[in-house]
Design a binder for this molecule. Structure first.
Ligand code: ADP
Ligand code: MG
Length: 646
């Protein structure tokens, strides 16, 4: 402000000039000096305050009806004045006394502010804006768009009206308001806030911009918001509010059409798909809230981007608080869209403090239980819809198996897997698997790998398949991780079939079957000989070599030693650079395979089996999707072998 302007101030104003407290001054400095790309939040803050003021008077008037006898209808009006380049927001809420103006607009009572300030100091440019948006600097956000703000206010039931005025820099003044200023109020009570708009924010001098911003941020505020000065609005009996005034989620389910639900989903998410599940409910009891949540059909592109946050909107008594509260939803439900409207949370604390509120924690868990329950219902009422959901979001949901032990059982209930039962064509639940288990089967068998096609044909499955033992196929990276935490399902341990000893000996269903796995006595010595010779040749590459119970058609396969990391897990860990070592695998051989029998006989006769031993290991590696150590040697051996055979 120029010196000349300063001297123009009235005597009265100068007398009452008061400094901001230190916190406010610092905050205002940040607000004014940050470069903003998105100013819109200021209007949300002003309207939220106005709606608050209406709600408070509404409550007070229950005990003291005379407070609103001049006009029992609450409303908020907002309008521009192009000539004076101002935007005004007027409410006929509770209003503020002189003391309250000083207290509320001159100090920051919010407990989170100190922490916010710390973060602000470090943040730059856009990040600062994000912080402001995240915590809401409330009333002061208006200094992003205004170089001067006048607040005229008259407390409901009081005679005097006051003018608070500040440029957001040198402090503020308070004096009694004059007739012209009082005329800004809507009737006898409430507050009129007039912003002198900065040049760079002149877009707010357009009606469309105001309307659009109000709709975007405050559509579901229960107090009607009108475009125009109160006197004009009062003249038009049929003036229409900008906002819809009735929050969709507060209406009874029976009164909402499926189109309305879908439109609201699209409005919230900005997506074009239809939700696969809509979950609308009111929680009553210890905590009270209403939630309207949707599961999309399409997976957002950034579902697995670690920086993706949940975007469920938090409302408190119909007032939008934030859509960036990380603590509101579990990260494994980050695909859920919608709103949660709490009846219990306080409105007058910063969003930062709010996110650690115990009520938020309770809502988070209640919502998770509800969503999991609804997904379970969906899985039974709409199998195809659920399968589509599972393909898109199953991997994210399974993160909950290690992230939230208290929801593990409910998550396992909705988990779907492919298995040998339908040869990887149809999903199965763990419940169904357990029902199909053999009488003396203790374990839930699984194999994990990169994709269904490759693990479906794994040699390790052969022996289980032929014994009628079902094997689950795990193909999501997350599977290898949750298996470290979830050791069993209903007391049945998960057991990898590519690791350690399987002990399938007891599962024999017929005489012929049995014979397939028994090594004829006369071959026993030859096979043992052969294994000893192989072990010597391959000692640098394998942990050990043994006769397999897993194989029926293939001559060899690899498995991880009992105490080691499972084979696919080791690959996953290596890709994520969480694992350096390299475990030597166990090479299992099929003693009943023609090739093995012939090689064993040949070995016993004293023939050289060096090339054959290497080739067997190489093929076991190839089918496992591993690379062959020495490709040149491999092709040489292969050619030699083939030419000998011809
Ligand atoms: P918050 O709303 O989080 O408390 P604000 O900075 O938005 O923080 O507002 C500070 C305080 O100023 C409010 O708590 C309220 O007491 C008062 N206030 C702001 N605007 C109004 C209004 N339109 N009517 C009545 N009181 C208001
Ligand atoms: Mg506020």
């Amino acid at each position: 402000m120029s010196t000349q302007k300063k001297t123009e101030k009235t005597q009265q104003e100068q007398e009452q000039q008061q400094p901001f407290n230190a916190d406010v001054a610092r905050l205002l400095d940040i607000v004014a000096h940050a470069l903003y790309t998105d100013h819109d939040v200021f209007l949300r803050e002003l309207i939220s305050n106005a709606a608050d003021a209406c709600d408070r008077l509404r409550y007070d008037s229950i005990a003291n009806p005379t407070l609103i006898e001049d006009n029992p209808e609450f409303r908020i009006c907002t309008y521009k004045d192009s000539t004076n380049r101002t935007v005004t927001v007027v409410d006929n809420g509770i209003g503020m006394s002189k003391e309250e103006l000083t207290e509320n607009l001159g100090t920051i009572a919010k407990s989170g502010t100190a922490a916010l300030m710390e973060q602000m100091k470090e943040a730059q440019g856009d990040d600062k804006l994000k912080l402001i948006g995240q915590f809401g600097v409330g009333f002061y956000a208006s200094y992003m768009v205004a170089h001067k703000i006048d607040v005229v206010s008259r407390k409901a039931g009081s005679e005097q009206a006051w003018l608070w005025s500040s440029d957001g820099k040198s402090g503020f003044t308070i004096r009694e308001a004059n007739e012209i200023e009082i005329a800004r109020l809507d009737g006898k009570r409430g507050t009129a806030i007039t912003l002198e708009i900065k040049d760079e924010a002149c877009e707010f001098l357009l009606d469309q911009k105001i309307t659009h911003t109000v709709k975007e941020y405050s559509d579901h505020i229960s107090v009607p918001i009108f475009l125009g000065a109160p006197s004009e609005v009062a003249k038009h009996k049929d003036a229409e509010a900008i906002n819809s005034t009735s929050a969709l989620w507060m209406r009874s389910k029976d009164d909402i059409t499926s189109d309305e639900y879908t439109d609201f989903y699209k409005h919230l998410s900005g997506s074009i798909d239809e939700p696969v599940m809509t979950s609308h409910w009111k929680a009553e009891g210890a905590i009270e809230f209403t939630s309207l949540l949707y599961v999309p059909t399409l997976r957002p592109w950034d579902l697995f981007d670690p920086s993706r946050k949940n975007s469920v909107k938090l409302y408190v008594r119909r007032i939008f608080i934030t859509d960036k509260m990380e603590t509101l939803m579990y990260p494994w439900l980050r695909f859920v869209r919608g709103i949660i409207d709490s009846e219990d949370l306080p409105l007058n604390i910063s969003r930062e403090t709010l996110q650690y509120n115990l009520t938020i924690e309770k809502i988070k868990n209640a919502v998770a239980r509800r969503i999991l329950g609804d997904l379970d219902k969906l899985s039974r009422s709409d199998e195809a819809g659920f399968a589509a959901f599972w393909n898109q979001f199953g991997p994210a949901l399974k993160e909950g198996l290690y992230d939230a032990p208290n929801h593990q059982a409910a998550i396992l209930k909705v988990c779907r897997f492919y298995s040998t039962h339908d040869d990887g064509e149809k999903f199965t639940t763990l419940e169904e698997y357990v029902e199909r288990m053999k009488d003396d089967q203790e374990n839930i068998y699984y194999i994990s790998g990169e994709n269904l096609q490759s693990i479906k044909n794994s040699p390790q499955i052969e022996g289980l398949r032929s014994r009628g033992l079902e094997v689950l196929f795990f193909t999501d990276t997350v599977d290898d991780f949750w298996l470290q935490n979830v050791l069993d399902y209903k007391g049945k341990p998960f057991k990898s079939i590519t690791k350690g000893n399987l002990d399938l000996g007891k599962f024999k269903d017929s005489k012929e079957e049995e014979e397939k796995y028994e090594t004829p006595e006369e071959n026993n010595d030859e096979i043992n000989n052969f294994i000893t010779a192989m072990q010597e040749i391959l000692k640098d590459s394998v942990h050990n070599i043994c006769k397999s119970q897993r194989l029926t058609n293939s001559p060899v396969c690899l498995v991880a030693p009992e105490e080691a990391v499972d084979m696919h897990m080791e690959k996953v860990l290596k890709i994520n650079q969480k694992y350096q070592g390299s475990t030597k695998p166990v090479l299992e051989i099929n003693a009943n395979h023609e090739l093995i029998k012939k090689l064993a006989a040949s070995c016993t006769k004293g023939n050289d089996i060096e090339d054959a031993a290497h080739l067997l290991l190489d093929q076991a590696n190839i089918i496992q999707g591993n690379s062959v150590d020495d490709l040149a040697e491999f092709t040489r051996r292969m050619s030699d072998f083939m030419s000998k055979a011809i």
